[in-house]
Design a protein around this ligand. Structure first.
Ligand code: SF4
Length: 405
């Protein structure tokens, strides 16, 4: 299933394309002092490993610009300098070799400064993000629109664009972030109607986990499903690696990026579960870690329904009678002691990644695996009956209640 994406023009941040039908990219921002070159690079490498495509570092002082001069050549991904109030820091960051800039129109207001930065970026073939932020809008726009409104954020972005137009600079993308999700969604919708510039999506100051994750996902996913958005950032009050992971996982979940790591699915557990599903799923997540295994792996609580419910997964395990029943594309392939379930998942996932699911099924003795699974399934059904969750009893009660009402 796919959905139509909005047509935008393409720009580049270093070698990474944004817009114009290119894959939607994940961004994040370092939290170190940019003058701390080694610390910042360590964070950038961790971000890149977690799925970040473009990283932003603050450039708020001369030492930061000097740090960028050492960071950019060693960074595995393009680096954008985040500029606050001083346009001179934008010029210094460009001198340092950054691949792009982020300017906040609420902070740099003098037209001659904006135009000087855009001209320099044009000469150097760099791109700029116009990063409008609901919390730092030009005060005159608050007055004009009687508070923060989507229209005010859009006007702020268009105003900035008019200065770029004056110097013939077109390699920009835009964001209109707000911490209020409906406000942010509406601002991006309005912006998408009036520009073909690529859009950078985000809910600003989304906050700590898990609420921040939910807020950011609500805003970003809503727009992506409408075809709006070319690059995204989760602004979380957390380790930025969590931002990169969240961005990457959202894009994979929406089918907008190819899977890179394991997509672990697990049943919610119920009266039939013969194992602690949460514990096994957490341990499996840890064991897979950052391994580049683009597979869907299922952890299921029982062999009665598990292999059937997760038959689309590349690989899965279902518990039964203190054993784990491994299945590949719904076919039972092996029986494992319960204590070795996680290790077996990792071993089979690596084999499948290298040789494919057909080869995994071919190397298994499926007759024995299916016979043993059937044994444990029958045993569970014999002990628990067909209605392990007592659903039927509840249905009878509901009917009695309704009939007596
Ligand atoms: S029936 Fe089995 S697989 Fe489905 S939720 Fe319950 S324990 Fe999990």
């Amino acid at each position: 299933m796919s959905f139509e994406r909005r047509n935008t023009r393409q720009i580049h941040v270093g070698k990474v394309a944004v817009g114009g039908g290119s894959p939607i990219t994940v961004q994040s921002m370092t939290t170190t002092k940019t003058s701390d070159v080694e610390g910042t690079l360590q964070q950038i490498y961790a971000l890149a490993a977690a799925g970040c495509d473009i990283v932003r570092c603050t450039c708020n002082e001369t030492e930061a610009a000097e740090g960028l001069a050492q960071i950019v050549p060693r960074s595995p991904i393009p680096v954008i300098a985040d500029i606050h109030h001083q346009y001179k820091m934008a010029l210094a960051a460009m001198e340092a070799g950054v691949h792009g800039l982020r300017l906040n129109p609420g902070n740099i207001r003098k037209p001659e400064h904006i135009k000087a930065v855009a001209s320099e970026a044009k000469d150097r073939n760099l791109s700029i993000r116009i990063g409008v932020n609901g919390g730092s809008l030009d005060p005159s726009l608050y007055v004009k629109y009687d508070g923060l409104k989507p229209e005010a954020m859009v006007e702020s972005a268009l105003h900035e664009i008019s200065f770029f137009d004056e110097v013939g600079f077109t390699d920009y993308k835009i964001s209109v972030k707000a911490s209020n999700v409906p406000m942010m969604v509406e601002a991006y919708r309005q912006l998408a109607d009036v520009t073909d510039a690529p859009l950078h999506l985000g809910v600003t100051e989304a906050g700590p986990l898990p609420g921040g994750l939910l807020k950011a996902t609500a805003g970003i996913a809503t727009l992506l499903l409408e075809g709006i958005g070319d690059t995204i950032r989760y602004s979380l009050t957390a380790d930025p690696v969590e931002e990169a992971k969240a961005g990457r996982q959202l894009l994979e979940a929406l089918g907008l990026r190819e899977r890179k790591n394991v997509d672990l699915i697990a049943c919610p557990s119920c009266g039939r579960a013969e194992v602690d599903v949460i514990d096994i799923a957490n341990r499996a997540m840890q064991a897979f870690g950052e391994r580049k295994l683009p597979l869907q792996v299922a952890v299921m609580g029982c062999v009665v329904n598990g292999p059937g419910e997760a038959r689309e997964a590349d690989l899965g395990i279902a518990a039964g009678n203190k054993r784990g029943h491994l299945f590949v594309k719904g076919r039972n392939v092996a029986v494992i002691p319960e204590s070795e379930m996680v290790e077996a998942l990792v071993e089979w996932a690596e084999f499948i990644h290298e040789h494919g699911t057909e080869a995994a099924i071919a190397r298994a003795d499926t007759t024995i695996a299916e016979r043993e699974a059937a044994k444990d399934r029958d045993r569970a059904l014999g002990e628990q009956g067909m209605d392990a969750n007592h659903s039927h009893e509840k249905i009878v009660e509901i009917r009695k209640t309704v009939a007596g009402a």
